[in-house]
Design a protein around this ligand. Structure first.
Ligand code: SF4
Ligand code: SF4
Length: 407
């Protein structure tokens, strides 16, 4: 289906990558350096060597076709009509966990456009031509019919806030919005949303929630290539913000933060978007938040790909943890920019569960090596991944839930 609005989707975006404007000396895009998956130095343009392991599907399958570089080459061939979209090509494109490591590593572009974009662009093309993968159809239908990927009826949204005495937009107004995220009404996301509400109440923040009117931030729609659904949800979310006079959005989930970052760029300087970890770190800095409880725990923090590489937020979670008396923060070998993915993104758990499971277990193994008693995360998708780990896994807790116990 071709239309004017699609010119920058699918193969339209592949073209953007192939023929970069303003980069005459590198106009062919990928230079096949292998930095995005190889085991040598990460990137010749980097001062630091970077991680040994880079692309999760490549590390799992160990075939070149599962590298970001190969995804680019395949997209190029489809763009030029040399290959068609086959089930095999779909497998290669949809095994990307959307960890953004290749985006972080690839230094060939200086306009913010990287190899991960080409994967998403190919997903858009595939969805537009053939619809979603069968394994992703429930996610697609959930978004299309219920405005959330988990097919929760709209009437069941917002139940996470039951009993918390929060004010709902429509009945009340405020310039600050707590955006809970679709996982807030599921076991893996509820704790983060309720903890954020408690933090905001403790700080005396004047804020509202959306309750059953909250729609998905659109992360799944964007990352799985459901571009029409993404555009719809984006328009509806942006209209809600403008009509309600919201100037600050505080999100409970690191994955929502990545999409809200994109929205903030469109909304301009009048809107501020922060994750609960940034919010809490800001409160602690200004003295509005005091931790009275000592929490004698050794913890390790897992950087979610979307809050970390997706938004560049690495220090706020660590800052807030160090403010809590008694907490000992120990780092995993791969942390911050080089943090290893949990395998929970990109629709991989739904379509390639063995890859997602391996990824989560590998990250959990690394967490255990630190000697920590608990793994803290800042995204509901990471919580879900770690919840699937084997019985001897460390307990996992949402960062904000952990923080709130020290108030
Ligand atoms: S995508 Fe980037 S990092 Fe990967 S091979 Fe191409 S130029 Fe190198
Ligand atoms: S985003 Fe991550 S999983 Fe996807 S191609 Fe890049 S490095 Fe591989």
């Amino acid at each position: 289906m071709e239309d004017e609005g699609k010119k920058n989707w699918g193969l339209g975006r592949v073209k953007q990558w192939l023929y970069a404007k303003g980069l005459e000396e590198r106009s062919s895009g990928c230079v096949l350096c292998g930095s995005c998956y190889g085991h040598g130095p990460a990137n010749p343009m980097e001062d630091v060597p970077g991680p040994k392991t880079k692309c999760p599907p490549y590390e799992f399958y160990r075939f070149q076709r599962f590298t970001p570089k190969s995804r680019w080459l395949m997209a190029q061939r489809v763009f030029h009509g040399l290959d068609s979209i086959t089930p095999e090509l779909k497998e290669v494109i949809y095994t990307c966990t959307n960890c953004l490591m290749c985006q972080e590593l690839c230094g060939v572009r200086d306009d913010g456009y990287g190899p991960w974009d080409i994967t998403v662009a190919m997903r858009e093309e595939m969805t537009e031509k053939d619809g979603p993968l069968e394994a992703h159809r429930p996610l697609f239908e959930g978004i299309h019919q219920h405005d959330n990927p988990w097919s929760q009826p709209k009437s069941a949204r917002g139940r996470w806030a039951d009993g918390l005495s929060l004010r709902k937009l429509g009945h009340s107004s405020a310039s600050t919005l707590l955006f809970a995220g679709c996982s807030a009404d599921r076991p893996t996301g509820r704790a983060g949303a309720t903890a954020l509400a408690k933090l905001m109440q403790t700080a005396g923040e004047d804020f509202v929630v959306l309750g059953d009117a909250e729609k998905c931030c659109a992360l799944y729609a964007y990352d799985l290539g459901f571009r029409r659904e993404y555009e719809r949800l984006k328009d509806e979310n942006l209209a809600m913000i403008k009509n309600a006079g919201i100037h600050k959005v505080v999100v409970a989930c690191g994955s929502c933060r990545r999409i809200w970052r994109q929205y903030a760029e469109e909304l301009g300087p009048d809107i501020e978007v922060v994750h609960g970890a940034e919010y809490a770190a800001g409160l602690a800095e200004t003295g509005r938040l005091k931790f009275r409880q000592t929490v004698r725990k050794k913890v390790t923090y897992h950087d979610s790909c979307h809050l970390g590489r997706g938004c560049g937020i690495y220090e706020a979670p660590r800052t807030i943890l160090r403010t809590i008396p008694g907490v000992d923060v120990v780092e995993m070998a791969r942390n911050r920019r080089w943090a290893w993915c949990c395998g929970g993104g990109g629709g991989v758990p739904e379509a390639y569960p063995e890859l997602a499971q391996w990824n989560a277990e590998d990250r959990m193994r690394e967490a255990k090596e630190t000697g920590a008693e608990v793994v803290l995360t800042s995204s509901a998708l990471c919580q879900r991944s770690f919840a699937s780990c084997s019985a001897d896994a460390l307990p996992t807790q949402d960062l904000l839930e952990f923080v709130v116990q020290a108030l």
